[in-house]
Design a protein around this ligand. Structure first.
Ligand code: ZN
Length: 416
C-alpha cells in the first residue's frame, strides 16, 4: 500500500512559512533506499522530487517528502557501522565533543538525535559518559541497545524533550550527524533542542553542505530523506527564533562535503570568527540568490546529458558497465538520468541486505561485491563517489585489468 504524502510543504517554507515554489523537478522518484525484492516490484511508491529555495530565509528544501514511516521503516537497510570510514569519523566527532564542550563538566549528559546503531554513542558509553540515543528506526535502535547503549525508539520533538529533561535532566550536549536534514519538522526539533539543552549547553550537528552541492553539481544529495540541504546562512536564521545562536562552523569531507554547525543559547558563548567568514563565503557564492538555483538546474541538466551520452556510447560499443555502490544517492542519479538495466549490468554493493535486490525505480539488480571482482567489467559507474579516494586505492586490480571509472561529480569523466 502506498503511503500518503505526509510531509508536503503545501507551497510554504517549512521553516519561515514564506511562499515558495520549486525551481526544478527531478521527476517521479522512488524511495531512495527502497531496494526491492525481485518479487516485490508491484505497487512501488513514487513521489515528485522537487526542490525549492526560500528567498526569505535561504532554506533549500523539498516541497514534498514521503511519509517518514515509509523511509525509516523496520527493514531500514542502512546501519552506520557498516562503513569503517564512518566509524573513524564518528569516533573523531565523539572525541571532539568530549575534549571540548564536555571537558571539566561534572557528570555530563549527552543526547544524540538519530543515534542509529550507536556508532557515535559507544564512544561516550566506553568512557562512562551519561548518554541517551534517540533513534526512530526500531530494529536499528535494538542493535544499539544490545551493545548497552541507552536508546529510545521515537521521533524527537518538544514533548519528548520535555520528558527526557524531566526524567534524566537537561543535556550538556545534543549531537546529530546526518539527521537534521532528514527531519521535515525542523521548527519542532529546534523547539525540542531549546527545551532540552542546558543554559550553557551546545547543540552540534552536521549534514551535507549546500555550498558543496552547488559548486560540485552533486545533485544526488537531493533525495527523499534529505528534506533540507543546509548552509550556515539558513541554519543561523532557522534557529534564531528558538534562542539558539550559530557559534561555530567546521567543514567536513564526509558525504562529499558536509558542515558541522555548533549552536548555543544566545549570548552564552563567543561566536567564532569562522561563522562570519562562512557567511561571507556563502554570499559570494550566491547561496542566498534565486538565480544561483536556476544555474544549478542548468548544471544538473548538462550533467545528465553528458552522463547519458557516455553510457549510450559504451552501450553501443557493447562494453560491460556496472554500478559501484548501491547508495541512496544513486537512486536520484539513476532515475533522473534514465539509467536502466540496459546501461548497467548490475550494481555491486558490500551491504548484505541490499544484495539480491533491485534498485528503486529502475530495477537494476544489486549483486555482491564478489561479482565485481570475479569478472571485472570494462567500466564501473562510481555511485559512491564521496569515497572515491578510498575506493580507487582499493580497486587497483580493476584498473590493472583495464577497467575504467565513470565519475559524474563534479563533472562527467572517465578516469583510471
Ligand atoms: Zn523560509
Amino acid at each position: 500500500m502506498s503511503p500518503k504524502v505526509k510531509s508536503a510543504s503545501n507551497g510554504y517554507c517549512r521553516v519561515c512559512s514564506a511562499r515558495i515554489s520549486s525551481f526544478m523537478s527531478f521527476g517521479r522518484m522512488p524511495i531512495a533506499n527502497g531496494f526491492l525484492r525481485p518479487d516485490g516490484t508491484e505497487n512501488e511508491y513514487f513521489f515528485e522530487l522537487a526542490p525549492a529555495f526560500c528567498e526569505a530565509c535561504g532554506m533549500f528544501q523539498l516541497l514534498e517528502q514521503p511519509d517518514p514511516q515509509k523511509m525509516f521503516h523496520e527493514q531500514y537497510a542502512f546501519y552506520s557501522s557498516t562503513s569503517r570510514y564512518m566509524q573513524a569519523h564518528f569516533e573523531a566527532f565523539a572525541d571532539a565533543a568530549i575534549n571540548t564542550v564536555l571537558a571539566g563538566r561534572d557528570n555530563p549528559f549527552v543526547v544524540e538525535l538519530g543515534s542509529n546503531d550507536g556508532i557515535m554513542l559507544r564512544h561516550f558509553k566506553e568512557r562512562g559518559v551519561r548518554h541517551l540515543g534517540i533513534e526512530p528506526s526500531a530494529n536499528v535502535a535494538d542493535v544499539a541497545r544490545t551493545q548497552g547503549i541507552s536508546t529510545i525508539s521515537a521521533f524527537f520533538d518538544r514533548r519528548l524533550a520535555n520528558e527526557i529533561a524531566t526524567d534524566q535532566g537537561s543535556a550538556d550536549a545534543i549531537l546529530a550527524a546526518n539527521v537534521m536534514c532528514h527531519i521535515a519538522d525542523l521548527p519542532g526539533v529546534a523547539a525540542g533542542v531549546q527545551r532540552l539543552l542546558k543554559a550553557d549547553g551546545v547543540f552540534v550537528f552536521e549534514d551535507p553542505y549546500l555550498g558543496d552541492m552547488i559548486t560540485k553539481t552533486s545533485y544526488d544529495q537531493i533525495y527523499d530523506e534529505h528534506v533540507f540541504i543546509f548552509s550556515a546562512t539558513s541554519v543561523q536564521r532557522a534557529f534564531a527564533r528558538f534562542g539558539l545562536e550559530l557559534v561555530d562552523v567546521m567543514p567536513q569531507i564526509t558525504h562529499g562535503g558536509s558542515m558541522r554547525y555548533t549552536l548555543a543559547p544566545r549570548g552564552s558563548r563567543e561566536v567564532s570568527k569562522k561563522v562570519n567568514e562562512q557567511l561571507a563565503k556563502e554570499t559570494t557564492l550566491g547561496l542566498d540568490l534565486a538565480e544561483t538555483y536556476v544555474q544549478f538546474k542548468a548544471n544538473c541538466e548538462n550533467s545528465r546529458a553528458a552522463l547519458m551520452q557516455t553510457l549510450e556510447r559504451l552501450r553501443s560499443q557493447q562494453k560491460r558497465v556496472v554500478g559501484y555502490g548501491a547508495t541512496s544517492k544513486s537512486t536520484t542519479v539513476i532515475n533522473y538520468c534514465g539509467i536502466t538495466p540496459a546501461h548497467l549490468e548490475f550494481i555491486s554493493d558490500t551491504t548484505p541486505i541490499k544484495q539480491g535486490r533491485l534498485s528503486p525505480g529502475a530495477h537494476i539488480p544489486v549483486k555482491a561485491y564478489d561479482e565485481f571482482t570475479k569478472s571485472y567489467p570494462d567500466y564501473a559507474l562510481l555511485f559512491a563517489w564521496n569515497h572515491a579516494a578510498e575506493i580507487r586505492e582499493k580497486e587497483t586490480g580493476f584498473v590493472g585489468a583495464g577497467g575504467r571509472w565513470i565519475v559524474y561529480v563534479p563533472e562527467v569523466a572517465i578516469v583510471s
